[in-house]
Write a protein that binds this ligand. Structure first.
Ligand code: NAD
Length: 480
């Protein structure tokens, strides 16, 4: 079993604590790697290295040279995609094929932001005073801390690291304690690509031991966080205490809204992948299906038809459609929510059970589960389960769909299925969410922003908007 070390200043170093913890394979339940248990002293060391790189070699490179390093990194990620995907799938239990696609997409983020690095421009500003010349310059903030969850470690880290480096910052990355290994492999590629020492550092460990000192560290200028809203709130409070900026990509309870004029075959497939991809362990999961009353029964019948033979099993095996839940506490949480939904009076029309025995490893499996008879006030309709559980809520008309869709503290995403262009436009405008998908679901791209309204977050990742999160703007006045 391999033991990894922290990656600080391009060195592989032992953690200050001298302690390591096990990375667990969610399918077998067995340990498969040893991960360093970082602490505040490791964080300090990494932040100082990142600060020195920021004031030194990294800032001395031209934006074009920095961009070329990002493109080189993208090539290395592509070349090593299978190894990266195998590590991440082993850590989080997601289907190997799905993770491989994500890793290849991760490379595209680095390539896109590599191309953008030398295209960040200020402006010449007209001034209402004589004999002065004013222009704006965009400058990097300094050290960026990235704190990420277990569901898509590499991709969600890339969403932060690529635009932050594009803007000229340096990084201290803290992956989830449940999925650290792919971050060490990524660090190796940074080393191989020829990034100067200290530009990218990795400190692993728990939120309280590594995350909190990282947010508090004086060298850190921006904290880019993805995780649950509870952790996000703690990060925001702590960042405010230290008067520093943060971006937050938090949870969701996204409505997927199907009208009776939709192409129902496409809509049914979109609803199923919208909730059950990655076993529902995605922030953008379409976990509330809002279904127009007139098609309720026949549409639910279609969903049952698609789900009835879903193949659960080892995520590395071809043909398997759903892997295990990533961690034991998360598995317990999903099963608790299924019990809560039943107690609230929702009808379980599909799944609702765990699976164990031969072929199911350590038994951390939950069947794709569908509840009908849900109303939007129920906990199963309001709280993020982060598992394969779909709540079906009927609605009458557009106004009703908008009211139910928006009656939630989250605002990450929404899906709308209709063949009416007018309805698509009205719904896209009225739904309070950072992303609205019409006749598709779960699409994301490095070229366009992603992020949440309301309690789903602050700031945006993706596209040019993401770079702005990591820049300061300076106004320069010159008199002759
Ligand atoms: P989490 O909030 O428990 O942990 C996320 C990260 O924060 C981990 O690295 C953790 O160690 C760290 N952390 C925890 N407490 C901290 C603290 N006080 N200070 C600093 N760091 C701290 O989330 P999770 O359980 O790993 O992930 C699941 C959650 O992530 C879900 O709610 C999901 O919706 C959300 N998520 C959001 C997006 C998005 O883009 N909006 C994407 C994926 C996941």
């Amino acid at each position: 079993m391999q033991t990894y070390q922290l990656f600080i200043d391009n060195q592989w170093v032992e953690p200050d604590s001298g302690s390591y913890f096990d990375a667990l394979d969610p399918f077998s339940g067995a340990p498969w790697a040893r991960v360093p248990q970082g602490n505040a002293r490791d964080v300090d060391r990494a932040c100082r290295a990142a600060e020195a790189a920021f004031h030194g070699p990294w800032s001395r490179l031209s934006a074009t040279e920095r961009g070329m390093l990002l493109v080189r990194l993208a090539q290395l990620i592509e070349q090593n995609a299978e190894q990266l995907a195998a590590a991440e799938s082993r850590d989080n239990g997601k289907l190997l094929g799905e993770v491989l696609g994500q890793v290849r997409y991760t490379a595209k983020y680095f390539r896109y932001y590599g191309g953008l690095a030398d295209k960040i421009q200020g402006a010449v500003v007209p001034i209402d005073k004589p004999k002065v010349f004013n222009y704006t310059r965009y400058e990097p903030v300094g050290v960026v801390a990235t704190i990420t969850p277990w569901n898509s470690s590499l991709l969600l880290t890339a969403w932060k690291v690529a635009p932050a480096l594009c803007a000229g910052n340096t990084i201290v990355a803290k992956p989830s304690e449940h999925t650290s290994v792919s971050m060490f492999l990524l660090a190796r590629l940074f080393e191989q690509a020829g990034f100067p020492a200290g530009v990218f550092n990795v400190v692993t460990g728990l939120g309280k031991d590594v995350g909190e000192p990282l947010v508090a560290h004086p060298a850190v200028g921006v904290v880019a966080f993805t995780g649950g809203d509870e952790g996000g709130r703690r990060v925001a409070v702590q960042a405010a205490q230290h008067l520093k900026r943060c971006t937050l990509e938090l949870g969701g309870k996204s409505p997927n809204i199907v009208f009776d004029d939709a192409d129902l075959t496409n809509a049914a497939n979109g609803v199923v992948t919208g909730i059950f991809s990655a076993g529902g362990q995605t922030c953008m999961a379409g976990s509330r299906l809002l279904l127009q009353e007139s098609i309720h029964d026949r549409f639910v019948a279609r969903l049952l038809e698609i789900c009835k033979d879903a193949r659960l099993g080892n995520p590395a095996e071809p043909g398997v459609q759903m892997g295990p839940v990533a961690t034991r506490p998360q598995f317990d949480k999903v099963m608790d929510y299924i019990a809560i939904a039943k107690a609230e009076g929702a009808q379980c029309v599909q799944g609702g059970r765990s699976r164990s025995g031969p072929g199911y490893g350590a038994g951390q499996f939950v069947e794709p589960t569908i509840f009908t008879g849900v109303h939007n006030g129920m906990r199963i309709a309001q709280e993020e389960v982060f598992g394969p559980v779909l709540s079906v809520i009927p609605f009458k008309d557009e106004a009703d769909a908008v009211r139910i869709g928006n009656d939630i503290r989250f605002g990450l995403a929404a899906g709308v299925w209709t063949q009416s262009l007018h309805r698509a436009m009205v719904m896209s405008e009225r739904l309070r969410a950072g992303t609205v998908w019409v006749n598709n679901y779960r699409s994301t791209s490095f070229t366009t922003p992603f992020g949440g309204f309301k309690n789903s977050g602050l700031g945006r990742e993706g596209g040019v908007e993401a770079v702005k999160e990591f820049l300061e703007v300076k106004s320069v006045w010159i008199s002759s």
